[in-house]
Design a protein around this ligand. Structure first.
Ligand SMILES: [Ca+2]
Length: 276
């Protein structure tokens, strides 16, 4: 597995078939890159920088460029909270999320920090946020949108970093690639420009027949595949319970029960760019 995965990465992360090992609740080859022979001296990451610079709690959240909720929004997180364990769901559906694995203060809690649009969450490589809310994905219709600043993962500077992980749908960054699984399908695609350590928007959509991946408002990958996505009893941001933990930041996550259109994705990115 390790040799195959590395070949994908070095080839620029295009994979033309479902990845082996992809399935419900399983992230492709997580951990395989932990021992990959990357040259850290030349890797385009500076992990000495404080990715979670002290949050500026005196700055009020900015609504500029933030996504809106509509009839297809299942959950929407701006992460504008300055403190506390609760991450408000702004969709009106009551799917609030929690720092860490429980509502107690714990080492697994990500940090409230400046985001791309208002507040965000910083993850140190051993942290998650979770929501216990259930979601049903109708007829394979699915969209996950997020802003991410990827600096690596607990698997290394090119490791898998989970952005969104539900029972039957996952979206992750890995070096210069996006990984996704929906139902029994999965693919490593892209590339987005994660390797510069800057904020980027990503989006994954499925209309039940085609899965599209977007980076910074532009479609970067397409897979003609029928997806059947089972219901989710809950979901995580920033990692799985024991692996694929993000080093970096997340902001502005929206989950929808429809395939957002290319124009919607592009407009959302353009709106963010227009913000100071
Ligand atoms: Ca907690």
């Amino acid at each position: 597995m390790r040799v195959v995965v590395l070949a994908f990465v070095l080839a620029g992360c295009a994979v033309d078939r479902p990845l082996p090992g992809v399935g419900t609740g399983v992230v492709v080859q997580a951990g395989d890159l932990a021992t990959a022979p990357f040259d850290l001296a030349t890797a385009p990451f500076d992990l000495s920088l404080p990715p979670g610079a002290a949050p500026d709690l005196t700055t009020p959240p900015s609504a500029c460029g933030q996504l809106a909720a509509d009839a297809h929004t299942l959950a929407l997180y701006h992460f504008d909270e300055a403190a506390g364990q609760t991450l408000a769901d702004s969709s009106g559906n009551g799917r609030d999320a929690t720092l860490g694995q429980t509502s107690a203060v714990e080492p697994e809690d990500p940090t409230h920090a400046p985001g791309r649009l208002g507040g965000g969450l910083h993850f140190d490589g051993n942290q998650v946020a979770h929501a216990s809310a259930s979601i049903a994905w109708p007829s394979g219709q699915f969209t996950a949108e997020a802003w991410v600043r990827y600096l690596g993962s607990d698997e290394g500077p090119f490791g898998t970093a989970m952005i969104f992980d539900a029972d039957d749908g996952e979206l992750a960054a890995q070096g210069t690639c996006i990984l996704w699984t929906l139902g029994a399908q999965g693919r490593m695609g892209g590339p987005p420009a994660f390797s510069d350590g800057q904020w980027h928007s990503i989006a994954l959509t499925s209309d039940g027949a085609q899965v599209l991946v977007y980076s910074d408002g532009v479609q970067v990958d397409a897979t003609q595949v029928a997806t059947t996505i089972g219901p989710s009893a809950g979901y995580l941001f920033g990692g799985q319970l024991s692996l694929a933990h993000l080093i970096g930041d997340l902001d502005e996550i929206r989950l929808s029960d429809v395939a957002r259109t290319p124009s919607e994705i592009a407009a959302a990115y353009a709106a963010a760019l227009a913000c100071p």
